[in-house]
Design a binder for this molecule. Structure first.
Ligand code: XMP
Length: 305
């Protein structure tokens, strides 16, 4: 059992020892993992830490504004890099290649920012299941296996690499981070790109972003899932008005889990599912079909790619 009050001073001490009098940057995503790392690193090296948030264009609705607001007390550097990420992802359809391209683009952007700041260290919120899944060859979680082999940093520091998600949340509470962060649902590093099957395009991103917002509004408070989201899984034939429409198929996922290593689909009520379908197909006219994924992990994974 992790004792956060013992873990915190130890982690802070280790970060100080590692970075000494140098400067570091941290990739802040607004999730609990990177927020915990930012707070630990801030306690260790203070103003020599520069938190950076990259707007990849692969984030959910309102994410950049939310992060600006929550971290307004830290001198947050926001880098707008949507065009760069979309250009790098053009024509890429393989999920692992997608992760690698995103990991590579992230690191290159961070290297550029680090150079401007003369920071030699990159702090990352990698957690234990990310490493297991990457090392085990299940998925290259972008903050681990998707990293390029040559990087312009003296070192990557990963203060919570041995913790499970529920342990990270305990540490977040002990660090007195806002509840909104401590209990925030996990969101994958490569963002909405892994909720789109096949090539990432502006159109699919718009659809998946709108669908994720509806799913969160409908399911988060009502069913308290470990994770819930929507994915665009392809195109299919439908009828809109009296006319044949070839539109998008949206899959909805809502799972219970302890740590993301295994998961069970939640048994949602029919009225909740029906209401979701009605909202998604009417508010996003380009969607002709909504399906609910009942597959546990294994054999599926939580995300679709
Ligand atoms: P999977 O899809 O592997 O997801 O069953 C398990 C948990 O990890 C998240 N996930 C990722 N997180 N980079 C991340 O930082 C990734 O590439 C990635 N892929 C999946 C997923 O959202 C779930 O919480």
């Amino acid at each position: 059992m992790l004792n956060p009050n013992k873990f915190i001073p130890k982690a802070v001490e280790e970060i100080s020892q590692e970075i000494k009098s140098d400067r570091a940057i941290i990739a802040l995503s607004g999730g609990v993992d990177s927020s915990v790392c930012a707070e630990l690193a801030y306690r260790a090296i203070g103003e020599r830490l520069q938190p950076i948030y990259i707007d990849t264009g692969l984030m959910r609705t309102g994410e950049t504004e939310r992060i600006k607001h929550i971290f307004s007390h830290m001198n947050l550097d926001i880098v707008y890099a949507k065009e760069r990420f979309l250009a790098a992802l053009k024509n890429i359809t393989d999920p692992e290649e997608k992760r690698n391209v995103i990991g590579e683009t992230f690191i290159r952007v961070f290297e550029e920012e680090a150079r401007k700041l003369a920071a030699d260290y990159l702090i990352q919120g990698t957690i234990y299941p990310d490493r297991i899944e990457s090392e085990g060859g299940i998925k290259s979680h972008h903050n681990v296996g998707g990293l390029p082999s040559v990087m312009d940093f003296k070192k990557i520091v990963e203060p919570i690499k041995d913790l499970y998600k529920d342990e990270v949340r305990k540490v977040a509470w002990a660090l007195q981070l806002p509840e909104e962060i401590c209990e925030r649902m996990p969101f994958p590093g490569p963002g909405l790109a892994v909720r789109i099957i096949g090539e990432v395009t502006e159109e699919k991103l718009e659809v998946v972003r709108e669908a994720n917002l509806i799913v969160e509004e409908e399911l988060l408070d009502r069913f308290c899932p470990w994770q819930t989201f929507a994915a665009v899984i392809g195109k299919g034939t439908g009828v809109k008005g009296d006319i044949r429409a070839y539109g998008w198929i949206v899959a909805v996922r809502a799972v219970g889990s302890r740590d993301g290593m295994t998961a069970e689909a939640l048994e949602l009520s029919w009225d909740a599912l029906k209401h979701l379908e009605t909202r998604i197909t009417s508010e996003i006219p380009r969607v002709v079909r909504v399906v609910y994924d009942i597959t546990p992990k294994p054999p599926a994974t939580i995300e679709f790619e």
